[in-house]
Write a protein that binds this ligand. Sequence first.
Ligand code: XIL
Length: 353
Amino acid sequence: MKPLILALALVLAVPVSPASAHPGPGHHPRPAKDLRQLAQQLHIKIGSAVDIASLRDEPMYRTTLNREFNHVTAENAMKWESVEPERGVYTWDDADALVENARRNHQQIRGHTLLWHNQLPAWLTSGVEDGSIDATELREILRDHITTQVRRYKGKIRAWDVVNEVVEEDGSMRQSIWLTHLGPGYIADAFRWAHKADPHAKLFINDYNLEWNAPKIETTLNIVKDLKAKRVPIHGIGFQGHLGIQYDYPGDWANVMQRFADLGLEVAVTELDVRMVLPVTPEKLATQADYYRRALTDCLSVRACRELTVWGFTDLHSWVPGWFDGEGAATLLDENYAPKPAYGALLSVKGRK
Ligand code: XIL
């Protein structure tokens, strides 16, 4: 037989199974061609952090973002120092650009973040430090900030990271200006103010190392229980998911997610990346692929997990080399936007069990 005829004969010999002729829920005979299609098949949101300068200036960045993701988070553009660099002077251009790009490309948005101890404007930190801003005024400033920002994007932001990183590694409350000047009640206040400004937005508490750090997990669970008991509007838990292959994969993560889900919270992976000690090797890329695949699989194993967002999608623009000495290559695509094994590993993930 000629090769072509042989191939045809083989194709015709394969019976068409009823399952592939009539795919029911959970059956996806055709592998997804990109992350957006995967998100659709899995019924979750797959997002990325967005660098606004790259979005504006680099067609390749823009095209890839809009092709691959149905959810976006501003990497920096919605942080306090970005939106109010001078007291009372708001600069919304970058944040607006993200929101407008998302609207045009049918992407939902995670607002990041209303209250944090980092990337605060200098006028605020120095005012608190030199005593020119007292506790009463600080509370008003925080209320105004949250109200102004949430109102501006009312109806446009699916979920807000209301408070970010409020627990220390040892499980104590973080010694930020918020805790030391306003007392622990600032967390409930922040959620109440955000809810008032946009009653439909889902309000999250977000943190790192929450995938595995027991003291942090217990304290955060207690914060949520306490807020719920006080009927404070809190709707979700964000696991940042900044992982590194030089550490074991957090094998208990799905259980931790479930414990928060059991309190009635939506679960999201909000900043996933998987860094490695450079140089890159094929073995390290294979391990990285496995970590990405497991993170998505863990999310899918918990019904309440509805969003997986990566903290950047190309090694060309990633915070990792600038923040972790000698480490990098943490994202799904390399510096030339070529897919790494991790990208294929995500595409291969099948639906919820
Ligand atoms: C990082 C950004 O990626 C960097 O560009 C910036 O210089 C510092 O912040 N946890 C968070 C994110 O919640 O906001 C941080 O983003 C990464 C760690």
